[in-house]
Design a protein around this ligand. Structure first.
Ligand code: AMP
Ligand code: MG
Length: 417
């Protein structure tokens, strides 16, 4: 087991332990936000034939030489092609067909004139322009050709993909399975949110924040409940989570007399890969795996609510995203300008919870206040995690800093652009 390692090394040890999960077939709508496991090839050409981009008249361009509003050319309207219809015969000299958007251009026609450039006159039409060749004609296959790879594996499915799949006649897709995450809370002082929180008891809020983080990362979660601070009870609850893909426990992973997570994990066959990462909040984090036989990847996160969330964000989140098939698994990092002085000791990387504001082309970062790992409020206010590097001891106001962006709404607008 490695101990006292840096964040980057811990992250790569975690990510080395996982691959994208196998695929399952779901409806296209259920697949939104999930990752395509196979490539999608088209069995269709779209549009299937040359078709009109406008409501108007299909014409033979050569019949309209020199047509202008002052000197229109008159053609005989010999039939109508509605969307979904077909011209009954080729157009010949002096003939036009009434045509609607999306309808196939009849044989013999080589252009479409917009209705706005015409004037109907009984069974004839006066055309006031000389169109370009194939004007307002959508080419067969201009969207998709049969045999094209339309969607590549790894695509994160969105609304455009849903429409494309539907137009290819596909309502089911193969996507990577969602990781299953089991969540355990450990501690004699803990109660469920609807329990009696008097007399020094503490709500096991981590079960909620961590489940919410897991869901945001595309997982399905189960709550294993609260384990008491005995090795026996902890083992009982841990065993209930062994069929998950990832088991996340919080608390009891430090060096106190009641911290049984590490020995119990080893007892049930989980090999610890590391314990202790040089970061704050969250030094006492353990990561382990079952190497002989099946079993979940296991995280023993610290109990303090902010430490639990920040360590989840740094290590569990990218792992879950990778398991779900995603390739972009890390938070965007933006440059921001610090608006206060920060100081710390050398040795551990600090993730400072910051609120962000945009000022012209700069982003300003200010601490959310009390940075204690028990102050969950710092996570409700934070839009980013400022990276205060391990060996840096002070950052002065006005300095440029790196911030992991937590809040996807940060650049969204309340006013129309
Ligand atoms: P421990 O790691 O067991 O020393 O716990 C550190 C702190 O986190 C203690 O104040 C615990 O009460 C608190 N804590 C432990 N587990 C949870 C939890 N599931 N939800 C909220 N707070 C917790
Ligand atoms: Mg405890």
């Amino acid at each position: 087991m490695r101990t006292g390692i840096d964040v980057a090394e811990a992250r790569s040890l975690v990510l080395a332990a996982a691959e994208p999960l196998p695929s399952e077939t779901v409806t296209v709508i259920e697949g939104m936000g999930r990752v395509l496991a196979t490539s999608v090839e088209s069995t269709r050409t779209l549009p299937p034939a040359d078709c009109s981009a406008m409501d108007g008249y299909a014409v033979r361009r050569e019949d309209l030489r020199g047509a202008t509003p002052g000197a229109p050319c008159e053609l005989r309207v010999v039939y109508e092609v509605p969307a979904g219809g077909r011209g009954p015969r080729p157009l010949t000299r002096g003939e036009a067909a009434r045509i609607f958007t999306g309808a196939p251009v009849p044989e013999g026609a080589n252009s479409v004139v917009r209705q706005e450039d015409t004037e109907a006159a009984g069974d004839r039409v006066r055309i006031q322009v000389e169109p370009e060749l194939r004007e307002h004609v959508r080419d067969a296959g201009e969207d998709v050709r049969a045999g094209d790879e339309v969607l590549a594996p790894g695509t994160v499915l969105g609304p455009g993909h849903a429409g494309m799949l539907a137009s290819l006649g596909r309502t089911w897709v193969s996507v990577h399975r969602r990781p299953r995450v089991a969540i355990l809370s450990g501690g004699d002082e803990l109660v469920d949110p609807d329990g009696d929180a008097s007399g020094g008891r503490i709500v096991a809020s981590n079960a909620y924040s961590l489940a919410a983080q897991a869901v945001e990362a595309g997982a399905v979660t189960s709550n294993l409940g609260i384990a008491r601070d005995t090795p026996e009870d902890l083992e009982r609850v841990l065993r209930a989570g062994l069929d998950a893909d990832v088991l996340v426990s919080s608390a009891g992973v430090s060096v106190g007399d009641h911290d049984h997570v590490r020995p119990v994990l080893e007892k049930i066959g989980c090999r610890l890969v590391f314990w202790g990462v040089n970061m704050k909040p969250g030094y006492p984090i353990a990561f382990g795996r079952f190497e002989e036989g099946p079993g979940p990847l296991v995280f023993g996160l610290p109990g303090n609510p902010v430490s639990a969330m920040v360590t989840f964000d740094q290590f569990v989140r990218p792992l879950l995203l990778r398991m779900g098939g995603r390739r972009r698994i890390f938070r965007p990092v933006i440059k921001a300008s610090l608006v206060e002085d920060l100081e710390k000791k050398a040795g551990r990387l600090h993730f400072v919870r910051v609120a962000l504001t945009r000022e012209g082309d700069r982003v300003l970062a200010s601490s959310t206040g009390n940075q204690s790992s028990g102050v969950l409020r710092s996570m409700t206010l934070a839009q980013g995690l400022l990276i205060f590097p391990a060996e840096t001891t002070e950052i002065r106001s006005g300095s440029e800093v790196d911030v992991q962006l937590l809040d996807p709404e940060f650049e969204a607008r309340t006013e129309a652009p």
